[in-house]
Design a protein. Structure first.
Length: 192
């Protein structure tokens, strides 16, 4: 039995999981309900603004998202991970504007590097602030009117009913499920 890592986006990873090409995945989008995939929510984290260090708002302690209404946005492609794309769009709309899409990038690290090159701004999970790229500032978002603070979810997924020891051990060592944030009725199953 070999252990190997495959990097891809949530939608292709879900297809690979359902097709039996991989056994367990980490994803940031929800699989269709009632399907062949079972998930456990591992983390819910706030989304943050990602700005070039020279941006006029880069020195603010908290960013009013409306300050980015005239900036070009660099986003995760909708087809690769609809949750990230839709969360960003909803946050911008709640701030009173439709984001001007400049570029998409298939990996979050690519987005950070494009922001560092001053090609635009973005919104992404706060954990990406651990990626140290010169010329980039990560700022928490000010509360938005009419919607909860934007968050990103990270879940572990496997084929429903897969009881192989390797899969069970990985799931049990991946960490406990976290509680779903207030205001949502979705739940993820506990550890096996």
């Amino acid at each position: 039995m070999d252990l190997g890592l495959v990097e891809s986006n949530s939608i292709p990873l879900l297809a690979a999981l359902e097709g039996g090409e991989v056994d367990i995945i980490f994803l940031r989008t929800d699989p269709p309900p009632g399907g062949p995939v079972q998930t456990r929510l591992l983390a819910v984290e706030p989304m943050v603004a990602v700005l070039p260090a020279g941006h006029p708002a880069a020195g603010a302690p908290v960013l009013d998202l409306g300050r980015l209404r005239d900036d070009p946005f660099i986003l995760f492609p909708k087809g690769a991970g609809p949750s990230m794309f839709e969360t960003t769009m909803a946050a911008c709309r709640a701030a009173g504007f439709e984001p001007r899409l400049y570029q998409t990038a298939p990996q979050m690290s690519s987005i950070v590097n494009l922001v560092a090159a001053e090609l635009g701004v973005s919104i992404m999970p706060a954990s990406m602030s651990q990626v140290r790229v010169a010329g980039v500032v990560f700022l928490p978002l000010a509360p938005l009117s009419g919607i909860p603070q934007p968050t990103a979810r990270l879940a572990l997924a496997w084929r429903r009913g897969d009881t192989r020891v390797l899969v069970r051990n990985f799931i049990n060592h991946a960490g406990p499920a976290v509680a779903e944030p207030q205001g949502t009725d979705e739940t993820f199953p506990p550890a096996l």
